[in-house]
Design a protein around this ligand. Structure first.
Ligand code: APR
Ligand code: PHB
Length: 398
């Protein structure tokens, strides 16, 4: 097989890149090691920034999104048993959109298939060679035969556990890492949301997050120790802890009900720089991980894909590799802005130490957020999404 861009991984980064390339007349093959069902059912965060929604709408993927997404003006914070709504868009008029990552992935897979573009699920033993040449090769097995894809470029969209991030020689890329001593236990439950928009409860014993996917489906998270196991968390213990951390004097207690999905994710920040080596480009979780606080991961994957789509569009139109050479320098500043935002939100909302001074400093910040319009505008600027670094399409065709 031969294509211009071989894409490894069919998560949001790989799928949206493939779609944008197709719309620019650039051919790609996407190789994914999991099945379609697995990829479409994987439960992850589900908050889209305004630029992400604008992008997906512009790409012709807005129909189901606008029909189903919950449109929010901000979020609630609860501390000292009091609930405060942070109206983050009183000046900007922008929003966040609650729409599960599985929905985004479903829409992108449907678009890829209706466009008749190659998307290979269940690929085994995926390997990439020749990234230090201009003829990289991706090989994979379908269980019986080995297949070979010759490409001009490889887009590494295979997430934080993939192979692409490990391909460049040791020392070629720098890696910035911060681990937190905590994890998030996430659940999906058949219960009604307690507030109209998502809520962070900064309880002295740790954070609880109360989000939603619909009028009768909630997505909730509990801060838990990093080394806890799911088996230590039977339903009664999860509800007891969610109820305790969200207790207030101004709202009724949470509704409890059937939990139908649960998982634990460690809190970690990681950035690889630069996000490119030879003919390999890293996007999304393959290039960086953000802690889940603020739900920036999916949005960053879309923003990276925009930058690379624009650069590849310019390259195939004019032969000019200037934008490709600048891919990492163009994408990284927005990545660091998201890291900065997620790190701040993480440190204010979680209990990360037993230091009483730390708790008072966090409360002081929570009071500022609850009472100051200027603070809320500043939070909203990043929460609703900084502008993407480039348009998705190269404007060189006229
Ligand atoms: N070969 C082919 N595919 C692979 C390989 C491999 N060796 N390793 C991993 N993959 C696939 C995974 O199965 C997954 O479908 O790559 C895909 C990576 O997708 P994501 O992990 O969703 O990463 P990304 O597209 O960058 O999206 C980032 O996902 O992790 C969340 O919260 C994060 O929302 C963010 C978003
Ligand atoms: C979610 O709805 O999945 C969600 C909400 C808020 C966060 C993270 C995730 O900070």
């Amino acid at each position: 097989m031969r294509c211009q861009v071989a894409i490894v991984g069919a998560g949001p980064a790989g799928l949206v890149l493939g779609h944008m390339l197709h719309l620019q007349g650039i051919d790609s093959i996407i190789v994914e090691r999991r099945t379609r069902d697995y990829v479409e059912q994987r439960v992850r965060a589900g908050v889209l920034e305004q630029p992400s929604v604008d992008l997906l709408t512009d790409l012709g993927l807005g129909e189901r999104l606008h029909d189903r997404a919950l449109v929010h003006n901000g979020f609630y914070i609860r501390f000292d048993r009091e609930t405060h709504h942070l109206n983050l868009n009183s000046r900007s008029g922008r929003h966040s959109y609650v729409y599960g990552q599985a929905e985004v992935v479903h829409d992108l897979i449907e678009a890829r298939i209706s466009a008749g573009q190659p998307l290979i699920f269940g690929a085994d033993e995926v390997s990439v060679t020749g990234i230090d040449t201009d003829r990289p090769v991706v090989t994979f097995s379908d269980g019986q035969q080995t297949h070979r894809i010759d490409a001009d470029f490889v887009a590494g969209c295979d997430g934080s556990q993939g192979i692409c991030r490990t391909l460049p020689p040791a020392g070629a890329l720098a890696r910035f890492v911060r681990s937190y001593p905590v994890a998030w236990l996430g659940i999906l439950a058949h219960t009604a949301p307690v507030t109209a928009e998502g809520m962070y409860c900064a309880h002295p014993d740790g954070l609880s997050v109360h989000s939603m996917r619909g009028p009768r489906i909630t997505r909730q998270y509990l801060q838990v120790p990093a080394h806890t196991e799911l088996q230590d968390w039977p339903d009664e213990r999860i509800w007891q802890e969610l109820l305790r951390r969200s207790e207030s004097d101004d709202h009724p207690p949470l509704e409890t009900g059937e939990i139908f999905d649960r998982s634990i994710a460690l809190l970690r920040s990681e950035v690889t720089a630069p996000m490119q080596y030879g003919s390999l480009f890293l996007l999304g979780d393959a290039a960086h991980i953000v802690p889940p606080t603020g739900a920036k991961g999916l949005n960053l994957a879309l923003s990276d894909a925009c930058v690379l789509s624009h650069a590849l569009g310019a390259y195939y139109c004019t032969g000019n590799s200037e934008f490709l050479d600048a891919y990492s320098a163009t994408a990284l500043p927005r990545v660091w802005q998201a890291q900065n935002f997620s790190a701040k939100l993480t440190s204010v909302l979680h209990r990360l130490s037993d230091d009483p001074m730390e708790y008072e400093l966090r409360r002081a910040q929570l009071r500022r957020w609850a009472s100051s319009d200027a603070e809320q505008d500043a939070l909203g600027e990043v929460y609703f999404g900084l502008p993407f670094p480039t348009p998705w399409r190269a404007e060189t065709r006229t």
